[in-house]
Design a protein around this ligand. Sequence first.
Ligand SMILES: [Zn+2]
Length: 68
Amino acid sequence: MALPRMLADTAETEIGCDEVYELLDRYAEMVDRGEDPASLLPLVHQHLERCRDCREELEALLRILKDR
Ligand SMILES: [Zn+2]
């Protein structure tokens, strides 16, 4: 039963694209203001390191913020 247990642990410590997406606005604003989102939103940061879709979404948000 090692595998299901492992998956349960993973679900506790990682968040999915939907949750990242909801926090991405805030994350992008922190980057834009020169704050440290990696320590303020570590789970989002962790997800972005591994998920290319969310990273591209973040880059799009950052471009919008810079254009203002
Ligand atoms: Zn994602």
